[in-house]
Ligand binder design. Structure first.
Ligand SMILES: [Zn+2]
Ligand SMILES: [Zn+2]
Length: 346
């Protein structure tokens, strides 16, 4: 098959022929129809700041496709089925996996980093990583459910415990945060505020249902600005990784508020007035990836018409254009959300 291959130290992928074995008993061979290019692929491929467990490696962790072949003990899928492939891999037998929280597995991995991913014509994956994709959801929008949409879903729905009456603020409207806006819109009837430093990203946020936007370039203190546009925030989710934004937003939080951190930054998080946390009983927690609830529940929201992600699909490209997509994603020219790789376009 044709595949995009990353060698250690090389800052681009090479398109080469690669042999692929048949599926084992519990595996499924999938013909890839769509695979999103994620911000973490920029770090992996162009920067080399994220490393794979071993090289050479086929990247790509946000994919959908059609079942081509199944192993002997596969029961849930058959040839021709449309599927989404989970971004993460897990051991399947530890207490967290058995409880359905694969994102807490001690052996957690990611397709395209810890094993070969989906920037290729085919992928072989364990049956338990697959989810049925209904005909009503196109392959490109189905693919991004695997990470760009499921990660913010887990943060907002499960870590943030969003309620219909919650006023919500989303900080950082890039590839993950913009879908945080779309999900929050589907799950709250109250006010939704989007915060970023980029007008293009905030424009996307308005299209996905933000009632108000705050450009941090124009305000000194996000907490004060948030307080001005809301009567107080119940749920704040940070995708930016800039902890100073989170610290300053504390003063806008309502009693029983929840702060969820998703963006990974290097700054320390310090609360200068921790008494507010105590007095208002505000909780602060992290959220990483998602578990097996996310993709089926997102498919339900989609089929109920509560989310539509067509605006997130920037354009479609063959494997040959992955390096160009990485470059374009890095420059953010034209506000791309997701470039989709479709191996049939080469
Ligand atoms: Zn990703
Ligand atoms: Zn496990």
């Amino acid at each position: 098959m044709r595949a995009a291959i990353l060698e250690n130290g090389l800052r681009k992928v090479e398109i080469r022929e690669k042999s692929i074995a048949g599926p084992t008993d519990t595996q499924v061979k999938i013909r890839i129809k769509a695979c999103g290019v994620c911000g973490s692929d920029v770090h992996l491929i162009a920067h080399g700041t994220i490393k794979c467990r071993q090289y050479p490696r086929v990247p790509g962790h946000e994919a959908s496709g059609v079942v081509e072949e199944i192993g002997q003990s596969v029961t849930k899928f058959k040839k021709g089925d449309r599927v989404v492939i989970a971004a993460g891999t897990s051991c399947g037998i530890c207490k967290h996996c058995l409880a359905g929280h694969e994102n807490l597995c001690k052996d957690i991995g990611v397709f395209g980093f810890d094993c070969d991913g989906s920037f290729a014509e085919f992928l072989i994956a364990e049956e338990r990583y697959l989810y049925s994709l209904p005909d009503s959801i196109p392959f490109d929008q189905g693919a991004i459910l695997a990470d760009a949409v499921s990660t913010p879903y887990h943060a907002i729905r499960y870590r943030g415990n969003i309620q219909e009456s919650d006023t919500v603020a989303i900080i950082g409207c890039g590839g993950l945060g913009i879908h945080g806006v779309a999900i929050a819109r589907a799950l709250t009837k109250s006010k939704l505020v989007a915060i970023d430093v980029d007008d293009g990203a905030l424009e996307n946020a308005v299209h996905y249902g933000a009632d108000d936007v705050i450009n941090l370039k124009n305000v000194k203190n996000p907490g004060k600005a948030l307080k001005e546009v809301t009567k107080g925030v119940d749920l704040l989710v940070d995708f930016s990784g800039y902890m100073s934004n989170v610290e300053e937003s504390l003063r806008a939080m309502n009693s029983n508020g929840r702060i969820v951190l998703v963006g990974i930054g290097r700054q320390p998080l310090k609360f200068l007035i921790p008494f507010i946390l105590i007095e208002k009983m505000i909780s602060v927690g992290g959220s990483y990836g998602s578990d097996r609830r996310a993709i089926p529940e997102l498919i339900d929201l989609y089929t109920q018409g509560k989310i539509n992600l067509s605006r997130s699909i920037t354009s479609h490209h063959g494997l040959d254009e992955i390096n160009d997509c990485i470059e374009a994603l890095e420059s953010r020219k034209g506000n791309p959300i997701r470039y989709i790789i479709d191996p049939s376009l080469d």
